[in-house]
Design a protein around this ligand. Structure first.
Ligand code: HXC
Length: 522
């Protein structure tokens, strides 16, 4: 009897083993080889690299489609073209899905979609990030509208999860049609160079409709989306590089909106002086310097994870640790268009600020801004609504906010860049700061128009008046006299003063009035 029972049970165990082994095969060796030839890893290889060894627990490995149409009934691959599950990355819990291009082109339909929704729901309920590894031919054509419905279920959850748990998308293959909107709602998109692309309509349709003849790469490759559209926040050389970016990103962000970001203990001295910054501001106010030098100098071990590094480079955003604390940095970049604020830089910084605020990451602003970009293109493109996004994002952010004005703080941009007036908690200036409605040239041409035109030597008069204006306004002392800056210190003290400031603000409590949601100018 005992022996019979064992045989019966062993047969059951054997069946389970066989099914699980079958699920591991994906689309078979031929298709796996094709994936490798393209320079891509398979869905499972990617998971293996991403997740701490031995911690991945797969779900729904035995799910398959139930379609009878267009020949699908001849094969029902286990897993239905996506690997889903949970595990740990550097000891932190995460949920993930990894689309398997070797199975039906990673196309998404009823079961594939349900698996993603299930893992997202678990992540939402238990407060852990979701990482999506996208490599898919899009909606599974054979399953028709069911595929479209499955996408929409994911879009809804992406939206509900937004601001609750971090959502990170890696695009590691095709991502086309409406499928792009799931990554687009997530917080960060990482694209792999040469093997990934994203577009709403592919090259063939584009050629028919607009007669533009473009390759997939030129239409929606990694460089297009990291430099031109701003859709991608990061690009990687290959799959491994993309996975490394996720691992690095998770060092700065919490598991959900009720937790603090992870503390990063390190040996960089809290009182380290920034001697390299003491003379960084050029004597000539029109001469640039690299704001990234400033960010790296103050950061723990000079480590700066820049986001959107190739898009709207006139503003720099990204993460640093300061005394172990995770901080989001927003900084005007004098090296690019003199650090002027325009449509793209405003959008880029606004989205970053809102991410940080949603996930309890303090904000550090370095300000050196000549103002908003003038001109027809900017006005017609909506600099008003887009600049307002940045203003709105700063105003609404309740996390600790610290500002350092390194040089120019002119015009409306002075107000926008986390000024005291819109809720900056601690605002500092270097002695090199200049705070005024506009630069000396424009100002004297308005105030002293008649004096200049009636002068014997108008050029000399203008110069004299500009010098007078600069003496009076091109400094931080008038602002300090009104308490618009809390302190002025030499550049070399910046790191220690910032660590000190964020420590003081650690337990800051600030709340916006209750509302369904604000109406940010979209
Ligand atoms: C079903 C698909 C598929 C799809 C690919 N496959 N895409 N099966 N539905 N959407 C299958 C192919 O039939 C093939 O199966 C295998 O996956 C690999 O595809 P190949 O074409 O051989 O690979 P490749 O040459 O690399 O081309 C990849 C591709 C191409 C560019 C993605 O397959 C393609 O154009 N697919 C269709 C893309 C598309 O139009 N999707 C719908 C987008 S609209 P076999 O068995 O031959 O190996 C959309 C709407 C979402 O997604 C809406 C949300 C609201």
């Amino acid at each position: 009897m005992m022996k019979e029972n064992k045989e019966l049970l062993d047969a059951k165990f054997e069946k389970l083993k066989r099914l699980k082994e079958e699920a591991l095969l994906g689309g078979g060796q031929k298709r796996i080889d094709a994936q490798h030839r393209r320079g891509k890893l398979t869905a499972r290889e990617r998971v293996e690299i991403l997740i701490d060894k031995g911690t991945f627990r797969e779900m729904d490995a035995l799910a398959h489609h139930h379609s009878e149409d267009f020949g699908l009934n001849k094969s029902r691959p286990l897993g239905d073209g996506v690997v889903t599950g949970y595990g740990y990355i550097n000891g932190n819990k995460v949920a993930l899905f990894s689309q398997d291009f070797t199975v039906l082109g990673g196309s998404l339909a009823e079961q594939h979609g349900r698996k993603i929704v299930k893992i997202m729901e678990i992540a939402m309920k238990s407060g852990m990030p979701v990482i999506g590894l996208n490599d898919s031919g899009g909606a599974r054509v054979q399953e028709g509208v069911i595929s479209l419905g499955a996408y929409a279920d994911i879009f809804l959850l992406n939206t509900k999860s937004s601001g609750v748990i971090p959502q990170i998308s890696i695009v590691m293959g095709p991502c086309a049609g409406g499928a792009v909107y799931s990554p687009a709602i997530t917080d960060f998109i990482i694209m792999v160079k040469n093997t990934s692309y994203m577009f709403v309509t592919g090259p063939k349709v584009v050629k028919t409709v607009t007669h533009e003849d473009l390759s997939a790469e030129d239409l929606g490759g990694a460089s297009v989306h990291s430099e031109k559209s701003g859709v991608a926040h990061f690009t990687a050389e290959n799959d491994m590089g993309a996975i490394d970016i996720v691992k690095n990103l998770l060092r700065f962000i919490p598991a959900n909106n009720t937790e603090e970001p992870p503390f990063n203990p390190n040996s960089d001295p809290l009182n380290r002086l920034n001697d390299d910054l003491q003379y960084i501001i050029p004597a000539n106010p029109n001469q640039p310097y690299d704001i990234k030098t400033v960010i790296e100098s103050v950061a723990d071990n000079s480590e700066f994870l820049e986001v959107h590094s190739a898009y709207a480079e006139n503003i720099v955003v990204g993460f640093i640790h300061l005394g172990g604390r995770s901080v989001g940095v927003i900084a005007n970049q004098p090296m690019v268009m003199a650090g002027v604020l325009d449509i793209n830089s405003s959008k880029k910084a606004a989205r970053f600020i809102r991410f940080c605020d949603a996930f309890n990451i303090s904000l550090l602003t370095f300000e050196d801004v000549p103002g908003f970009m003038p001109g027809k293109d900017q006005e017609w493109g909506g600099i008003i609504a887009n600049g307002a996004k940045l203003l709105y994002a700063y105003c609404e952010a309740t996390v600790p906010k610290v500002t350092v004005i390194t040089r120019k703080a002119y015009g409306g941009a002075y107000d926008v860049m986390s000024s005291k007036h819109i809720g900056g908690d601690l605002n500092f200036a270097w002695p090199t700061a200049e705070m005024a409605v506009m630069g000396a040239k424009g100002a004297v041409e308005i105030i002293f128009k008649r004096e200049i035109s009636e002068a014997e030597d108008p050029i000399a008069k203008q110069k004299e008046l500009e010098e007078m204006y600069n003496d009076k306004f091109a400094n931080p002392y008038i602002a300090a006299s009104y308490g618009y800056v809390d302190d002025i210190f030499e550049p070399k003290f910046t790191r220690q003063r910032l660590i000190d400031a964020f420590n003081i603000l650690e337990n800051k409590i600030d709340k916006n009035p209750p509302k369904k949601h604000g109406n940010i100018p979209m």
